[in-house]
Design a protein around this ligand. Structure first.
Ligand SMILES: C[S@@+](CC[C@H](N)C(=O)[O-])C[C@H]1O[C@@H](n2cnc3c(N)ncnc32)[C@H](O)[C@@H]1O
Length: 452
């Protein structure tokens, strides 16, 4: 060692002269005694470089402990390539110089040549250009997103400041921007031994709920199936469980859940029913109905499933149900504010439009309620238009005679016609609004006449 091999497609007239010059250069560059150095030449070989047979070369420089991956390697490479340009007429972009440190188990330490370096530089330049372009586009997108968000935020706040006083809205707005909170509603149909481990850990039972629900300081582990593959708990907002409590369920009740998917409240209802009770879970959206079916098959034993009817459309005006739950599609501001893009769909008319839809759903739903049956109307909106205003309109305009039921509940606050749990004042639970009405007759007198 060192051993320098040159392969070229150029025919060299005087091999000895070439090799002598190569030897002298190697002594100088590799800093090794002349007596150690050997050099070899294979000329006139078949060698295409970049697809052409113009003068080109491949050089292997093998030398123990010489290369250190630094500027020094570049200098060696530069001088060999200058030499080869002069001797072969091959420019520096027509060859490779491989440097090999035999001392490191013959590993190829470095491949240097000016071309690659230049090509690398070119490549880096292009890459930087496109990176700059991408980050410029990203910055533009981010700026646009920020501007959109700021304009949305202004209009959104102005809209809700008409409904809440300033101080309350600031608190509530901050709380709405926090991720939603969940509790674990224990599934009474699961083999209880599978959850005992979890119950023994640092869980806090939410004693104000009438079915076992636990809150957890961190994130819950994913629910899992017992020996019969029945899942042990379902994660949902404690205020949602509270709202189903308002149905005052009796074990044998027949219940209609009008807007049922993905199924959290249906499950909460099923926790309070016996095998003699029944549930019709209505969901018009095919996708969401699939999710609902999945929840039911994951949480309810097969033998009880015949008591549950998942439907796309339910029978109206059939006086079938003791209890009706109407958990309507709504503004869902918390979801809106915690999602990256949802806010783009918001405008000042949204709540009004939704209220129209909610009113229709509600007026239809109440027709299938038995006389003396209870209906609970639920939203997860903080908009008065979808909450108290809608309940008021419903009481006023429904063809069914109704009586408003108002009670005190352990968390949340009273509103004019219902109850609301808001996250700023209730440990992050909510928002959930609910109102309760009782059907007190078949039809209102004036409607009775119209219908007969
Ligand atoms: C707030 S979500 C219901 C959440 C569900 N109760 C739960 O606890 O998992 C509202 C549901 O109403 C459904 N929906 C939309 N329009 C409806 C309509 N006209 N009648 C009944 N349900 C409707 C939506 O597809 C959506 O699944």
């Amino acid at each position: 060692m060192p051993y320098v091999e040159v392969k070229t497609n150029v025919k060299i007239q005087d091999h000895t002269k070439f090799l002598k010059s190569l030897n002298d250069l190697s002594v100088k560059l590799l800093k090794k005694p002349n007596s150690y150095i050997s050099v070899s030449l294979q000329d006139d070989v078949s060698l295409l470089f970049a697809g052409t047979d113009s003068p080109a070369y491949v050089v292997h420089v093998n030398s123990l402990g010489t290369f250190d991956n630094s500027e020094y390697n570049k200098e060696i490479s530069k001088q060999y390539s200058e030499f080869l340009q002069q001797e072969l007429g091959a420019t520096s972009d027509r060859g490779y110089i491989f440097m090999n440190d035999g001392g490191r188990q013959n590993s190829l330490l470095d491949i240097y040549n000016i071309v690659t370096e230049e090509a690398d530089k070119e490549h880096d330049k292009e890459e930087n250009k496109s990176k700059k372009k991408i980050s410029k586009n990203r910055l533009k997108r981010e700026a646009r997103h920020k501007a959109l968000y700021e304009s949305f935020e202004k209009r959104f706040n102005a809209f809700y400041l008409q409904q809440y006083d300033d101080e309350r809205w600031i608190e509530l707005y901050d709380a709405l921007k926090q991720p939603a909170r969940h509790c674990a509603m224990i599934n009474k149909y699961t083999d209880q031994t599978t959850i005992s481990e979890m119950l023994e850990s640092r869980l806090e039972r939410l004693t104000y709920l009438d079915i076992p629900c636990y809150s957890f300081p961190n994130r819950f582990p994913q629910p899992k199936g017992d020996s019969k593959n029945i899942f042990d708990y379902y994660l949902l907002d404690a205020a949602s469980v509270l709202a189903t409590q308002a149905l005052d369920l009796k074990p044998d009740d027949s219940v209609l859940d009008v807007c049922a998917a993905p199924g959290g409240k249906s499950l909460a209802i099923l926790q309070r029913l016996s095998a003699n009770g029944s549930l019709t879970a209505n969901e018009p959206s095919l996708d969401r109905r699939r999710r609902l079916n999945r929840v039911i098959s994951d949480y309810i034993p097969l033998q009880l499933q015949p008591r549950i009817n998942v439907v796309r459309e339910y029978l109206k005006e059939s006086y079938l149900y003791d209890k009706v739950l109407v958990d309507v599609p709504c503004s869902a501001e918390r979801h809106l504010l915690t999602s990256e893009t949802e806010f783009e769909h918001w405008n000042e008319n949204r709540s009004k439009k939704l209220a129209k839809k909610q009113f229709i759903i509600l007026c239809d739903a109440v027709k299938s309620l038995k006389v003396n049956g209870l209906l609970v109307y639920i939203t997860c909106s903080v908009s008065r238009l979808e909450n108290d205003d809608l309940t008021e309109q419903f009481l006023r305009e429904s063809w069914v005679p109704l009586e408003l039921i108002q009670k005190e509940w352990p968390i949340g606050e009273k509103t004019k016609f219902g109850w609301i749990v808001l996250p700023d004042r209730n440990d992050g639970w909510g928002p959930i609004y609910f109102s309760i009405v009782k059907r007190v007759g078949a039809w209102k007198d004036d409607i009775k006449t119209l219908r007969s």
